[in-house]
Write a new protein. Structure first.
Length: 136
């Protein structure tokens, strides 16, 4: 699978665009090229990561996490492109991207934490049942 190539290219492009973002930090609007490369790169990273995730074995095992996470990544990618089109001030653009890229991460962490408590409760009840069976 060659999904790693656009993922790597997008990360490299975002790094290169950061130079322009810092260079124009005092401007009222981010230069068009910088905004498009940075925000488009973020969108490509989000989408390529989800395409790559479909090739993993856990994609089929934990669909309760991965399907909503994939949808969330697509929505956030569209929002990243929208931020790039709006071309706000460089500081606002940078903060918006940080917040947007945190949304899928926050969703995944919240899912894992909520299901970890459920699985821990199931494990405790299973252990208790097993101990009851040993006593009999």
């Amino acid at each position: 699978m060659l999904v790693h190539m656009p993922l790597t290219a997008a990360v490299a492009a975002m790094g290169a665009a950061m130079v322009g973002l810092v260079e124009h930090a005092h401007d009222s609007r981010t230069p068009a090229a910088t905004a498009w490369v940075l925000c488009g790169g973020a969108a490509v990273v989000l989408c390529a990561t989800m395409v790559l995730a479909t090739s993993l074995r856990v994609w089929d095992l934990d669909r309760g996490l991965h399907r909503p996470l994939a949808r969330t990544c697509v929505v956030v990618a569209v929002m990243c492109v929208g931020v790039g089109a709006a071309r706000p001030a460089p500081l606002v653009l940078g903060l918006a991207l940080v917040l947007l890229l945190g949304v899928p991460w926050g969703l995944a962490v919240a899912y894992r934490l909520s299901h970890e408590e459920e699985s821990a409760a199931e494990e405790v009840s299973t252990v208790a049942e097993h101990q009851d069976d040993k006593r009999r």
